[in-house]
Design a binder for this molecule. Structure first.
Ligand code: KG4
Ligand code: ZN
Length: 365
C-alpha cells in the first residue's frame, strides 16, 4: 500500500455540515490540508434545540458545497484522494443519511474507495491526528451529545468504562442557561456569568459520586438549578444578577467535581493496566470550559498522566477527525461499498451494555 494517504472526510451527524482533507505519511505529523465546517445554530435557534428535519435538509443542501470548498482549499481533486470517509453513525438519521448518500455518489462517480466511520471514533482518535499519541490512552468525551470514558487501544478497539445515564454535560449547561435566561449555546454563556462568582454559594448535588464506577448523571443537576431559581425568584421577587452569577458558578463547580472525580476513577483503572506512556485526552465542547479543563488537568497531573486537549476546533464536530478515523481504517485494510448503511445508533464498544436514551443532538450510543 502507498505510504502517504490523502483522505476526504464528510461529517453530518448532528448540526454541523463539514468536509476536510487530511494527509498522512507514517512517522510524520498528520496534515489537515482543509477543514470546512458550516454550523446550523441560526437555523435551530428559535426552537431551543436541533430540529432533525431542518438539520437533514440543511446537510443535503450544504454537503457538496463543503466538499467543493475543502477540495479547493487543499488544491486537490477528488481523484487525488485515496478514500472518501464518511460518518455512518451514530447521530440524527436524516443527517447521517445525507452524508452517506453524498459520499456514495462521490465514490461511485470517481471510483475512489468508500469508508464508513463511527462519529465517536472520530472524536476518540483525534489526539492521534493532532498529537500523534500512542495507544492505549484514556479519553473523556464530554459534549452536548456525548459523555463517556473510553479506553482506546486501537482504531477499532474501544472499551467504554463509563458514561452518562441521562443527559450529556453540555446539555445540562444548555438547559441551565435556558432556565436562567442566558443565550445558547449555554456552556460559554454560563462560564462567562460564573467568572469571578462564588461557586460555594449554593449547594447543588454531585449525582452518582456516592456510587462506585465511572457512570455519570446530569439531569438531576439541572432540576436542582430550576428549583433554586424558583426559590430565589420567590424570595427576591425576581432573579438578582449576583444570585444568578453565583448559581452559574455553583452549577459549573458541580459538573467539574463530577467529571474530575469520575476521571480520577477512570484513570486509576487505566493505570492499573500499566500503559507504557499514560495519556488522558479530552474532547467535546465541555472540555473547552476553563474551570472544568483545569480540574481535569489537575487530576491527570496528580496521577502523573500526560494531559492532551486537542485545539477546540478539532474537539467539537468537524470532518478532519472523520478523515483521520477513515485513514486509520483504510491503512488497516478496511473498505466499504455502496451497501454501506447509515446507523442512528452505533456503540463504539459493543461488548459493554448499551447506554439508554437520545440527547438533544441525537443518539447517546
Ligand atoms: O462538541 P460540541 O461542539 O458538539 C456536540 O455536542 O457534539 O459541544 C457543544 C456543547 C454544547 O452543549 C455547549 O453548551 C457545550 O458543548 N460547551 C461548553 C462550553 N463551550 C461549549 N460547556 C461548558 N463550557 C464551555 N465553555
Ligand atoms: Zn460529536
Amino acid at each position: 500500500m502507498k505510504q502517504t494517504l490523502t483522505i476526504l472526510g464528510l461529517e453530518s451527524s448532528c448540526d454541523d455540515t463539514a468536509a476536510a482533507v487530511v494527509r498522512h505519511t507514517p512517522g510524520q505529523k498528520a496534515e489537515i490540508l482543509a477543514s470546512v465546517v458550516e454550523g446550523q445554530d441560526a437555523l435551530h435557534a428559535e426552537f431551543g434545540g436541533v430540529v432533525p428535519e431542518i438539520a437533514a435538509r440543511a446537510h443535503a443542501e450544504k454537503l457538496d458545497l463543503c466538499v467543493e470548498r475543502a477540495l479547493l482549499e487543499s488544491a486537490l481533486t477528488l481523484t487525488d484522494m485515496d478514500a472518501i470517509s464518511v460518518t455512518a453513525g451514530p447521530g440524527l438519521i436524516g443527517g447521517v443519511l445525507s452524508g452517506v448518500m453524498c459520499a456514495k455518489g462521490l465514490s461511485a462517480g470517481s471510483g475512489v474507495p468508500l469508508i464508513g466511520v463511527n462519529h465517536l471514533a472520530g472524536h476518540a482518535l483525534t489526539p492521534r491526528l493532532t498529537d500523534g499519541v500512542t495507544y492505549p490512552y484514556l479519553m473523556l468525551l464530554a459534549s452536548g451529545g456525548h459523555c463517556q470514558f473510553l479506553l482506546v487501544r486501537g482504531a477499532n478497539d474501544f472499551t467504554r468504562i463509563g458514561g452518562t445515564i441521562d443527559d450529556a454535560p453540555g446539555e445540562a449547561f444548555d438547559k441551565t442557561a435556558r432556565i436562567l435566561g442566558l443565550p445558547q449555546p449555554g456552556g460559554p454563556a454560563v462560564e462567562r456569568e460564573a467568572a469571578g462568582a462564588n461557586p460555594e454559594a449554593f449547594s447543588l448535588p454531585r449525582p452518582l459520586l456516592d456510587r462506585p464506577g465511572c457512570d455519570m448523571s446530569f439531569s438531576g443537576l439541572k432540576t436542582a438549578v430550576l428549583r433554586t431559581r424558583d426559590r430565589l425568584i420567590a424570595d427576591h421577587d425576581g432573579l438578582p444578577r449576583e444570585e444568578r452569577r453565583d448559581l452559574c458558578a455553583s452549577f459549573q463547580a458541580a459538573v467539574g467535581d463530577v467529571l474530575a472525580e469520575k476521571s480520577r476513577r477512570a484513570l486509576i483503572g487505566y493505570l492499573a493496566q500499566k500503559p507504557p506512556f499514560p495519556i488522558f485526552a479530552v474532547a467535546g465542547g465541555v472540555a473547552a470550559n476553563r474551570t472544568i479543563r483545569s480540574a481535569l488537568e489537575t487530576v491527570a497531573s496528580e496521577l502523573e498522566v500526560n494531559f492532551c486537549a486537542p485545539p477546540l476546533a478539532l474537539c467539537t464536530d468537524n470532518a478532519a477527525m472523520i478523515a483521520w478515523a477513515g485513514l486509520e481504517k483504510f491503512r488497516a485494510g478496511h473498505r466499504d461499498d455502496l451497501t454501506l448503511s447509515a446507523r442512528p445508533r452505533w456503540p463504539l464498544d459493543t461488548a459493554s451494555p448499551a447506554m439508554l436514551g437520545f440527547g438533544k443532538k441525537g443518539a447517546k450510543a
